[in-house]
Design a protein around this ligand. Structure first.
Ligand SMILES: [Fe+2]
Length: 185
């Protein structure tokens, strides 16, 4: 196997592990989402990721290789962080923000991986491979954009409004208590 193929295979094995891990983690993220469109977004991306795993398998096959047992440590870290945050928060507007933040970190990692691989494949004249990687890259970018759109159109504001109204409630409770104390003295 030549150097170019060898490097590409290593990169693909990493991507394979990353996708498999993401696929396992996403149902938990979906389950903890409150916003309906966010839930749908996760579901859509779970289906898409299944196709992406297959695509990586095909890409490896094209190069005469198999996925193997390589573990993507970066994705493991990203998912571990996401799990911690899910456990530390209650479901609701804040959790939705946390989930989007975690999902976008994951997407950005994937975008970096596929972007690099697609460029390398095209530069090396591996047109079919470049095409396949480019397809996944486009899907990851779309998911990332969708998450940004969702955050900007609904999720961020829902959280900010909830946080502010909680603050106001707290302040008015304190005022009331303060007033009662003043009357008592
Ligand atoms: Fe993804």
């Amino acid at each position: 196997m030549d150097e170019i193929t060898k490097l590409m295979v290593e990169q693909l094995k990493d991507a394979y592990s990353a996708e498999k891990q993401a696929l396992r983690a996403m149902p938990k993220m979906m389950k903890n989402a409150t916003n309906e469109r966010l839930k749908q977004g996760f579901q859509m991306h779970i289906d898409q990721t299944e196709g992406q795993v297959e695509r990586v398998e095909q890409a490896l096959e094209l190069l005469g290789a198999k996925p193997g047992r390589k573990v993507c440590e970066a994705m493991r870290g990203l998912i571990e962080e996401a799990s911690h945050e899910i456990e530390e928060n209650d479901r609701g507007a804040m959790m939705d923000v946390v989930l989007i933040a975690a999902a976008q970190r994951i997407e950005h990692y994937e975008i970096a991986a596929y972007g690099t691989m697609a460029s390398l494949a095209k530069a090396a004249g591996m047109a079919e491979l470049g095409e396949m990687l480019g397809q996944t890259l486009a899907e990851e970018k779309r998911m990332d954009e969708e998450l940004t759109r969702l955050a900007e159109s609904e999720v961020n504001m829902a959280f900010i409004e909830e946080a502010r109204s909680e603050m106001e409630e707290q302040a008015s409770n304190e005022n009331r208590r303060g007033g009662a104390r003043r009357r008592a003295s």
